[in-house]
Design a protein around this ligand. Structure first.
Ligand code: CTP
Length: 215
């Protein structure tokens, strides 16, 4: 199958030398891409800046920095994919102004005005007309089930993969993860703590099943 995966953080410029970002390492998305390639799938990986080696055998690796660039990369490539997995930790806000010249510390305080970035996952159905299997991720510190099921419905996902980022032993910037799966048909499943490679393998199998069910 042809698969699009987004991974890693984005960087939103404050000025030419500074940016806003988050703690995403990209490990989960890269683990998914690696498993999918090993299973013979055609994988387009759209990635923010990470310290990881890209799996060999990708159909395409698109390196981006900002949420806007990730949005455009997905928009231009999602057509024809049977599944799209939105693993990236996309910045929700970016500075409204990003001057060409470095901001000097002339003032005692500095207020950054932020505006919402493009909601890439939220654009998949309505904006890009994507009709394949849509998988979103949800990183929550509280009320995980409530937010994950809300996301499932609001964004038109077939599956939301949720993890609890208030736990320090799993998730962001670690090698291990535990995730809860929320399916569009109401099913729920927990993949207990294991390596991100292990989670990646199970998720690819589950997504293969969803794609088969849709054919
Ligand atoms: N996502 C995206 N584009 C954005 C923000 C997030 O595609 N601008 C995707 C992520 O890749 C992930 C999912 O959306 O699959 C996360 O959902 P979102 O509702 O944005 O999560 P939060 O940012 O945690 O939302 P909230 O602030 O409502 O908790």
């Amino acid at each position: 199958m042809r698969l699009l995966i987004t991974a890693g953080p984005t960087r939103e410029a404050i000025d030419p030398v500074r940016f806003l970002t988050n703690r995403s390492s990209g490990k989960m998305g890269y683990a998914l891409a690696e498993t999918a390639v090993a299973k013979g799938h055609e994988v387009i990986l759209i990635s923010g800046p990470v310290n990881l080696e890209a799996p060999t055998g990708l159909a395409e690796l698109v390196s981006i920095e900002s949420a806007r660039e990730m949005f455009e990369a997905v928009r231009d490539r999602i057509d024809g994919c049977e599944a799209a997995i939105f693993c990236a930790a996309v910045a929700d806000y970016r500075p409204v102004n990003s001057p060409d010249r470095k901001i000097k510390k002339t003032e005692d305080s500095l207020t950054l005005e932020l505006e919402k970035t493009e909601d890439i996952l939220g654009s998949a159905r309505s904006g890009f007309g994507f009709s394949g299997i849509l998988v979103g991720f949800a990183a929550e510190t509280h009320d995980l089930a409530k937010y994950a099921s809300g996301k499932l419905e609001k964004k038109g996902c077939d599956l939301v993969v949720a993890n609890d980022v208030s736990r320090r032993d799993i998730g962001f910037d670690t090698d291990r993860n535990e995730v809860q799966l929320f399916f569009a048909d109401g099913r729920r499943e927990t993949l207990p703590v294991q390596t991100k490679a292990g989670i990646g393998q199970k998720l690819v199998e589950i997504i293969e099943g969803l794609v088969k069910g849709q054919r």
